[in-house]
Design a binder for this molecule. Structure first.
Ligand code: ASP
Length: 583
């Protein structure tokens, strides 16, 4: 028998019992007459005590044990002299009477404790040691809980979990596919799914009514800070539903998760249109933990000979509460911030509303106090507030102001990770014009249905950009956690959509013929959504990086440094696949 108990469960109530524990040695301390060892397993840490006076040979043996040795120890539970309030087992220790070494261990490359000295790369290379640490293991356990609760909720709502294939044909989510050569079909390739999109729609044609799957998806994208080439979605689809049904059902899912995983009751999710999200936050994923909405000042500022404002398509302000005391240096920092190339503003105008109600701006030359008072009124600025203004091309200025708003939110401590603000963004545009390629792309994907009232706009190239979709995103704390749409289920409308997207009838048939064919056999109205599961877990865990919630993640170059993948394959494999590499 390896153990009678785990290292996380013994308390004073067990005093006097003989127990057997197994685990890893986290630390040992020699204090003259006594040696103490912290023994760790998944469940916790228990202190083992060895007494030089009463059992010198055992104590000597214990002193030779190294970090991460795996041992089995037998002993008696007794009350500790100096208690540790932070440990469940902190009141007791085990006076060891015998132990065996189950395995020795090389000295680990970093300390396996909550605060480690290991850098990111090292921790990834030895991820199996990293996972021994509480913070990482707790993240995986949170992920497990999230998955269990997701299944519990969806199962109770009559969803059926169905696995869809991984070796498929290209799915159009807008990224590059990972491809897999087929040995049995030389010259042909499978693609790994960017999502199970077409399959879940086929399952609706198949009459399954409610489908979900916690599923791996693959996208060969350049890895921006926090993306992974393989990631996990909670993927869902429902039949005979409208947008409203989906919003209700999945608002229910996040409420269930907050309640059952974090013990938090969240209020109903407010909804905002894409157009309003852009107008008031400059982003389709606004962080609504704080207000600081955009105020458009065009009407108020024009015609005072300030060329920058007069020539601007948009002049937009935010009001930072209580920031009138910002120093020259702080304001210069903000100016530098908005002028960074990634943000791209040409300058920043500010106006301070002083405590006595007077207003001082960086453009006093053009705007007298009465004019500035109009700004203050528009922004609802009170004495003590700071008004920050950007101007220029509408889209670019909104984008820059979004960054500035988030920066101010962070500076003012308004983006607390323990506070959650969830909302739906609805009515996304159906299509997005790509300047480089000179054509429209589907903003979500080609199966997304236009709003019925906008369908006619699809017939004229000039109005394509105005077509709104029955598409929605769920946003939590400025992060898009999920998105989906009502689907096209009419083969003629789907054909028109492919046409608008620049597919010839043959190309559409070649790529998606199977779906168009299926739609000829009675497709029900259907709609769905997918959540980024890794991201959702990281939000619930209050950590920025999704990597921390993936057992074996890849680095920014898409490498798994632990198993050293991707890797070359040998000549024989290449030959079987009929693949010749360029020298
Ligand atoms: N397949 C979509 C995605 O991965 C989600 C959906 O439309 O259900 O974004």
């Amino acid at each position: 028998m390896f153990r009678t108990h785990t290292c996380g469960e013994l308390t004073l109530a067990d005093q006097g019992r003989e127990v057997v524990l197994s685990g890893w040695i986290q630390r040992s301390r020699d204090l003259g007459g006594m040696t103490f060892i912290d023994l760790r397993d998944r469940y916790g840490l228990t202190q083992l005590a060895f007494n030089m006076d009463t059992n010198a040979s055992l104590c000597e043996k214990a002193r030779k044990l190294g970090r991460e040795f795996v041992i089995k120890a037998t002993g008696i539970v007794r009350e500790r002299e100096s208690k540790n309030k932070n440990l469940t087992t902190g009141d007791i220790e085990i006076l060891v009477t015998a132990f065996t070494i189950l395995n020795d261990a090389k000295t680990p490359p970093f300390t396996i404790e909550d605060a480690t000295d290991g850098g990111d790369d090292l921790r990834m290379k030895f991820r199996y040691l990293d996972i021994r640490r509480n913070p990482v293991r707790n993240n995986l356990m949170l992920r497990h809980k999230m998955a269990q609760q997701t299944r519990a909720y969806l199962d109770a709502q009559q969803f059926t979990e169905v696995e869809t294939p991984v070796l498929i044909k290209s799915t159009p989510e807008g990224a590059r596919d990972f491809v897999v050569p087929s040995r049995m079909n030389p010259g042909e390739f499978y693609a790994l799914p960017q999502s199970p999109q077409t399959f879940k729609q086929l399952l609706m044609v198949a009459g399954l009514d409610r489908y979900y799957q916690i599923v791996k998806c693959f996208r060969d994208e350049d890895l921006r800070a926090d993306r992974q080439p393989e990631f996990t979605q909670i993927d869902c689809e429902m039949s005979f539903v409208e947008q409203e049904d989906i919003l209700q059902m999945f608002e229910g899912l996040v409420k269930h998760l907050f309640k059952n995983v974090k013990g938090i009751d969240i209020p109903g999710l407010p909804r905002i249109t894409y157009a309003d999200a852009m107008k008031f936050y400059g982003s389709d994923k606004p962080d609504t933990r704080f207000d600081m909405k955009f105020v458009e000042l065009n009407e108020v500022v024009k015609g005072k000979n300030f060329k920058v404002f007069d020539d601007a398509e948009l002049v937009v302000a935010i009001c930072a509460k209580g920031c009138a005391t910002y120093t020259r240096k702080q304001l210069d920092e903000l100016t530098d911030f908005v002028k960074r190339p990634q943000i791209g503003a040409t300058g920043l105008v500010y106006a301070r509303v002083n405590d006595d109600g007077s207003i001082k701006s960086s453009v006093d030359k053009f705007y007298d106090e009465a004019a500035l008072m109009q700004w203050a009124n528009a922004c609802n600025a009170q004495p003590g507030d700071l008004i920050l203004v950007l101007a220029g091309n509408k889209d670019k200025t909104r984008k820059a102001m979004n960054e500035l708003r988030l920066e101010m939110g962070s500076r003012l401590g308004l983006r607390n990770k323990d506070v959650y603000s969830c909302l739906w963004v609805v009515d996304f545009p159906l299509l997005e014009f790509n300047e480089d390629e000179g054509r429209y792309f589907a903003m979500h994907h080609p199966f997304t249905a236009p709003k019925p009232e906008d369908v006619d706009l699809l017939n004229d190239f000039n109005t394509l950009g105005q077509v709104r979709a029955n598409a929605y995103d769920m946003v939590i704390n400025g992060v898009e956690v999920g998105g989906g749409s009502v689907r096209i289920y009419n083969k003629h409308l789907q054909a028109r959509m492919f046409e608008v997207l620049g597919f010839s009838a043959e190309e559409a048939q070649h790529q998606f013929g199977f779906l168009m064919d299926a739609f000829q056999y009675g497709a029900p109205p259907h709609a769905g959504i997918a959540f980024g599961f890794d991201r959702l877990c990281s939000l619930f865990g209050g950590v920025d990086s999704i990597r921390d919630f993936i057992a074996f993640p890849k680095n920014n170059s898409g490498r798994d440094t632990m198993i050293d993948a991707p890797a070359t394959i040998d000549e024989k494999q290449l030959k079987e696949l009929g693949i010749a590499l360029k020298a």
